[in-house]
Design a protein around this ligand. Structure first.
Ligand SMILES: NC(=O)c1ccc[n+]([C@@H]2O[C@H](COP(=O)([O-])OP(=O)(O)OC[C@H]3O[C@@H](n4cnc5c(N)ncnc54)[C@H](O)[C@@H]3O)[C@@H](O)[C@H]2O)c1
Length: 446
């Protein structure tokens, strides 16, 4: 019987051991789906702390409850390990390690290379390897395939290699790992078939595509699409400010068009592990082919300038009160990169805080999801949102609009509120108390 048939049979009767390498925001929810589908799951991570915590049934990922994790640990369906030799027990290995950028905005492939090399050391015939980490087109074929082949394994015959992008949206109550369609592209038709069979056993919808390059590019198109459209509405916010028009009203009214328009909202900039980084993987790859991706560069330029736009609004608001930024107390409200989650990676709040501090402001922050964090070796601890903190701050800047904050109370008590998220929409406020991203000119006779 061929390796492919053996593996397909093991997937069908759930005797296959599903492996996940990298147990973070992407890997842990995926591991749980495999376990729920009846597979025995081994999760490998280089972090001893993460491994110990998970084996004790404690989840470090907001979207995975400790109760759900503890249940699969107790049933013996999930075990975490930092012992790489256990990779040889895995029939399928899904890789979800970080793909950050280096300082020059080129891809940092060190985690994918390290994970691949570890897997290759323990690879054996009859294994499926799937890369899930977001990356540039060509990674699976050019970087991973040669390493597996150098170990004497023939792709499509002995081992099966594919790319399948993860689309998890942390904090999204509707769309999660199980019900979000999953794109799969293998090196050969046999690779696509085996990878499709694995994911179809635990996820609702699988979308097979012709090649790993297609699947790699699908993810980059999705996130470039978001980056470019956010860049467009951020520029529209600047345009509206200069015209004295309310950008939120423009967007909401445009969104009443039942076709041909998709709503994106402006803000203080973009954050997270995906949208600020992923498009640069494509830009980098295209630079190697002597092509400049202009939309990506332009969107990145506009989006990364938004913290400065917000800080200019703070300076102007303080100026109207005859105060300078230098020496003023500024409270940043919300520091996670988006609402209702605790993820600080690439958060625009970090830039807002840094720019304010550079101008001499005394900056405090409050975030119900982020009690403390460390950035560049500097430790920050949040303050409680007391009446005194709100009253005594010269300005309050809403950078992230978590739902649990009472914004009417913020507006009532604060001296001035700079609202980069439209969190104060529809609230009662005295004239000039709330400064939106685009300031509406007062209408004659209004
Ligand atoms: N976070 C998201 O919302 C999201 C969504 C879609 C895709 N992605 C992509 O998925 C990938 C993983 O992102 P994440 O957010 O889950 O990262 P993460 O930092 O939350 O988790 C990565 C895990 O990998 C572990 N790790 C690092 N090197 C390792 C190695 N050599 N072997 C084993 N484990 C290793 C780390 O210890 C960590 O626990 C990235 O490419 C990211 O772009 C992320």
């Amino acid at each position: 019987m061929s390796m492919k048939t053996q593996l397909l049979n093991k997937i069908a009767d759930r005797s296959a051991v599903a492996g996940v390498v990298g147990l973070g925001y992407v890997g842990l929810p995926l591991a749980l789906e495999f376990a729920r589908a009846g597979f025995k799951v081994i999760g490998f991570d280089v972090s001893k702390r993460v491994v110990e915590q998970l084996n004790n049934g404690v989840s470090h990922i907001q979207d995975v409850s400790s109760a759900d994790l503890a249940e699969v640990v107790k049933k013996g369906l999930f075990v975490a390990t930092d012992d790489p030799s256990r990779i040889k027990e895995m029939d399928a290995v899904s890789i979800a390690v970080p793909t950050p950028l280096v300082k020059t905005r080129d891809p940092d492939m060190s985690y994918v290379v390290a994970a691949t090399e570890t897997i290759v050391k323990h690879a054996r015939p009859g294994m499926l390897v799937v890369l899930e980490s977001t990356t540039y087109p060509g990674t699976t074929r050019e970087l991973m395939q040669p390493k597996l082949e150098a170990a004497g394994l023939t792709i499509g015959k002995d081992v099966f290699l594919a790319f399948s992008p993860e689309r998890v949206d942390p904090g999204n109550p509707t769309w999660h790992t199980k019900n979000t369609p999953k794109v799969v592209g293998g090196i050969s038709p046999a690779c696509t078939e085996v990878a499709t069979a694995l994911y179809a056993s635990c996820l609702d919808t699988i979308v097979p595509v012709k090649s790993p390059e297609t699947a790699e590019l699908v993810k980059l198109l999705e996130n470039t699409f978001r980056s470019v459209n956010i860049g467009l509405v951020n520029e529209m916010a600047i345009v509206c400010d200069k015209l004295g028009v309310d950008v939120w009203e423009v967007i909401d009214a445009a969104a009443t068009k039942p076709f041909g328009f998709m709503k994106f909202t402006p803000g203080p900039g973009i954050g997270g592990h995906c949208i600020p980084l992923d498009p640069h993987y494509l830009a980098w790859k295209m630079r190697t082919l002597n092509y400049k991706t202009r939309f990506i560069d332009l969107a990145s330029e506009i989006n990364s300038d938004m913290p400065r736009v917000v800080v200019d609004k703070v300076a102007a608001a303080l100026n109207r009160a005859k105060k300078s930024v230098n020496g003023s107390k500024v409270l940043v409200l919300g520091v996670a990169y988006k609402k209702n989650i605790d993820d600080m990676r690439e958060s625009p709040a970090l830039d807002v805080m840094r720019l304010l501090e550079e101008l001499g402001a005394h900056v405090d922050y409050h975030d119900p999801f982020v009690p403390s964090f460390t950035e560049d070796g500097h430790a920050f601890t949040g303050v409680a949102l007391t009446d005194d903190v709100l009253k005594n701050s010269d300005a309050v800047v809403i950078v992230t609009d978590h739902d649990t904050v009472d914004y009417q109370r913020v507006v009532d008590l604060a001296q001035v509120v700079i609202d980069a998220r439209n969190a104060t929409k529809g609230l009662k406020a005295t004239q000039g108390k709330v400064v939106p991203l685009s300031t509406t000119r007062e209408l004659v006779g209004a």
